[in-house]
Design a protein around this ligand. Structure first.
Ligand code: 6PG
Length: 256
């Protein structure tokens, strides 16, 4: 299924293993493209199952063939906990991915865990502004917001992406690049998150959803019945391509 108008591609694979294989190739191809075109590759991670879904990148051939030295790694959202806490998205990514590939430590932009939620969001935005000024991070000529090369996102059962939850006032934030939330319905409650203008200024987004937990949300987001109130995930419209990676279980209602 491909929709040229809004640059959305929906791919359904038999198993989660097939998703992981295809996702690794997709990421590696984009890494090669941006390393060649821009000399750097800016990749945004989320928490949840996504880190497990990208595990094939830590294995041959990718662990040897990807130009890891060009990678700059960011988080679309982070929980306000110490970096070694079990709830930390940084820890999740480090244990499952970053500790297994040779990305230079100075190119991994963790959230400052010594600050409050508000302070950490401001600090992260300052880091991003500096990287735009130095040309590591591109800037969208359409929106003026930073333009990440690739965001790797998951979706929650309520259709949330990053820490942007249904009905929450933060969905409307259109000035800040990074903001904070003190009342996240998914615990822990204090988080920092990219805003929609930043998410939607990115070049490519992979939306990775496998297993039974999000069957209804996938159907609401992609099914034929129009959903009167847009889920956060339905507001995701990157500049080049939004590609859904689903396994058959997650897509089961779509295929009825
Ligand atoms: O900090 C977080 O909670 C994540 O970054 C969040 O945005 C996640 O990607 C979705 O909630 C999907 O989570 P699952 O993959 O666990 O369903």
């Amino acid at each position: 299924m491909a929709d040229q108008n809004n640059k959305k591609v929906v791919k359904v694979y038999d198993t989660e293993q097939d998703v992981a294989v295809s996702l690794a190739k997709y990421v590696a191809d984009l890494s090669a493209k941006f390393a060649k075109e821009r000399g750097s590759f800016t990749v945004v991670l989320s928490g949840g199952y996504l880190i497990d879904n990208i595990r094939k990148l830590t294995e041959p051939p990718y662990v040897d063939s990807v130009e890891w030295s060009k990678w700059h790694v960011f988080w679309v959202d982070e929980r306000v906990v110490p970096r070694n806490h079990v709830d930390s998205n940084y820890k999740l990514a480090f244990d499952g991915f970053l500790s297994k590939v040779p990305i230079p430590a100075g190119q991994v932009y963790a959230i400052n865990d010594a600050l409050s939620a508000e302070g950490a969001a401001e600090d992260y935005q300052t880091v991003l502004k500096h990287l735009v000024d130095t040309g590591v991070l591109a800037k969208s000529s359409v929106t003026g917001f930073p333009k990440f090369d690739l965001m790797l996102l998951g979706m929650g059962p309520d259709g949330h992406v990053a820490s942007l939850f249904p009905g929450h006032p933060l969905l409307k934030e259109n000035v800040k690049w990074v903001t904070h939330i003190m009342d996240s319905p998914k615990l822990p409650p204090q988080r920092i998150t990219f805003t929609f203008p930043v998410i939607n200024s990115s070049a490519y987004i992979a939306m990775v959803v496998c297993g039974p937990g999000e069957v209804d949300a996938v159907y609401k987001a992609l099914g034929k019945t129009a959903n009167p109130e847009l889920l956060p995930v339905q507001r995701v419209t990157p500049e080049e391509e939004l590609r859904w990676f689903l396994d058959k279980v997650a897509a089961s209602k779509l295929q009825e």
